[in-house]
Design a protein around this ligand. Sequence first.
Ligand code: FES
Ligand SMILES: [Fe+2]
Length: 306
Amino acid sequence: MKTWNKDQLISNLKKEGLSFSEFSLIHEGNYTTDDADWNYKDVPHLKHVHELVDATFAAMQDDLITTINVQKVLGIKLPLSVVNYQSGKNEQTYYTTWLFYILIVQTHFEKIETCRTRVITTYHIGYPWLLKWSVPLIRFLIKRNYENLMTSDIPMRERRGQLRKWGYTFYKDSDSYSFPKTMEILKTNVIAPNITTLPLTLSLTDLLPQDGEYFYGRDDHIGLRLVRVNNQLHIFARTCMHEGASLDTSPCVNLKVKCPWHGRLHTPLASFNLANHHPQQKTQDQFTFTLTNNVLTISEASLEKC
Ligand code: FES
Ligand SMILES: [Fe+2]
């Protein structure tokens, strides 16, 4: 795909008599440039993570997407047609227009150290000279919007940074992420390290004597959520293996836990009737669960890890 970067766009638009005002916002965090690239390309999170934006998709290819965004500004719904494309390595360019204005945004991310990245987002507001007085207000609205978006995006990137520190990696099938591929939410893209804490034994009489929840371990691929309801025990995963979201803050509703990032529904890995005192065994994913007299034993289903 042939692309024009923001300098070329601005130079051409200046020839049309438009003036430009520019400013940059910088964020540094504990994640990799891959996590930033994934987050900027990740299409389905727009619906589940960002409450202020609704995007209707019009066209999409690996490195370009066009959407009609309906965004709330000061409580009013503002429709904006947005084009977003990869304009270089670790760099994306967006543009949109509204009335007499043009907004061109370039996001560039660079590695500072292992698992630490700096993201520089530069905004260029194009306007007719007569409307120069309105630029401070537009800047104010853009900064507020940036803070809103970052409040939801940074925890996603840093969660992946945390998983990387625990030894996890993430599958991607080329140098950069692709917009359409991020929509395959049933895929397993988290690659787990070899962690051997199994087998282990949990006494439900001690840990979960009545209805409620108990979280075993940490929120990684072998952490477990035990849910006891009406003498039934249901065992859920604590990490979504699509792209690594923690499931701990999502409530269990009708025996399903919804992933907060892209909405994948997680059903129990295993369920047991606690009134049945005969030994019961179930195998799901990498686990074999055995329940005997209110004692749950968790072992590896096979030597192969996911
Ligand atoms: S991380 Fe994508 S559905 Fe859970
Ligand atoms: Fe986002």
